[in-house]
Design a protein around this ligand. Structure first.
Ligand code: SF4
Ligand code: SF4
Length: 277
């Protein structure tokens, strides 16, 4: 049995080491609210987020293959990060289970896919809310993150959960979806995914590209247009190129005068945004 000081030291060390290893966000959530065999055994979730490169996301409508490649790289990076976290938990003799991640390759798989949701872990850990797009939206990086979770019985201190969305009157992702898959509803804890997103339409429309390009289309329009956290996730070497764009929170490459239209709105916490489309 370890004392409180040692427990806190371990938690601090854990976060520091994960951040050194490349985690953009690390949170701890009480997931016992999700009633399942898994969460009874492991009631604490370690939620991890790795940010995407903002320049790749900004340009995904022009260069989808680069976004696809970037997603694969970040996914592989996240797998390594999860292993770093698992090594620490093992060293300290805590029980854990790595919540499985799966690439959905058919709508049959989508309907069978009942694994523990990373997004639940992330909201329980206070990392962000579920946007109208059904993506996790973090204040720091918006939905431009890859997330993962490890469930554990380690007695880590947990954060205040996020229980409702902060999208306010924004509908940019709803309007940007080429397949009308996003329904425009606001999320709160307990909202069913199908009330936010027609995941079957999103999945199928992207699967339809397989004969043409040999793989599922990455799309990502809903990620690209979200105004939350824009400008926070540019790779350092690209910062110079994007400075003006960040100033305007502009979704289109400069020059700004070429923007076809502007959209303004307000998130529920009062933060105003303007996007040039
Ligand atoms: S990934 Fe594309 S199709 Fe799917 S919800 Fe987002 S914008 Fe729509
Ligand atoms: S684009 Fe707007 S509505 Fe969609 S998730 Fe982001 S803040 Fe929410």
């Amino acid at each position: 049995m370890i004392n409180v000081k040692e427990r806190e030291r371990r938690q601090r060390t854990f976060v520091e080491q994960l951040k050194k290893s490349g985690a953009s966000l690390v949170g701890f959530g009480d997931v016992s609210v999700v009633k399942s065999e898994l969460t009874n055994k492991f009631p604490i979730a370690v939620a991890l987020a790795v940010k995407f490169d903002g320049a790749v996301v900004d340009n995904l409508h022009n260069h989808e293959p680069a976004f696809h490649k970037h997603q694969l790289e970040v996914r592989a990076f996240m797998e390594r990060l999860v292993n770093v976290a698992a090594d620490f938990l093992q060293e300290w003799d805590y029980g854990y289970e790595i919540a499985p991640s799966k690439v959905i390759n058919s709508n049959e798989e989508l309907s069978r896919f009942q694994e523990f949701s990373y997004k639940t872990a992330a909201t329980c850990a206070g990392l962000g809310w579920i946007g109208k797009s059904d993506l996790l939206v973090t204040p720091e990086f918006g939905p431009r993150v890859r997330i993962a979770a490890i469930l554990t019985d380690a007695p880590f201190k947990t954060a205040e959960p996020v229980t409702e969305g902060r999208c306010g009157n924004c509908t940019l992702c709803v309007d940007a979806c080429p397949n009308q898959a996003i329904k425009g509803a606001a999320w709160q804890r307990g909202t069913a995914r199908e009330d936010l997103l027609d995941a079957y339409v999103c999945n199928q429309k992207r699967l339809d590209y397989i004969p043409a390009i040999g793989r599922k289309y990455a799309c990502g329009r809903c990620i690209r247009v979200c105004p939350v956290g824009r400008g926070n996730n540019y790779a350092p070497q690209r910062k110079r190129d994007t400075r003006q764009r960040d100033h305007h929170r502009c979704a289109k490459p400069m020059p700004h005068r070429k923007a076809r239209s502007h959209r303004q709105g307000r998130l529920s916490d009062g933060q105003a945004f303007e996007l040039c489309l």
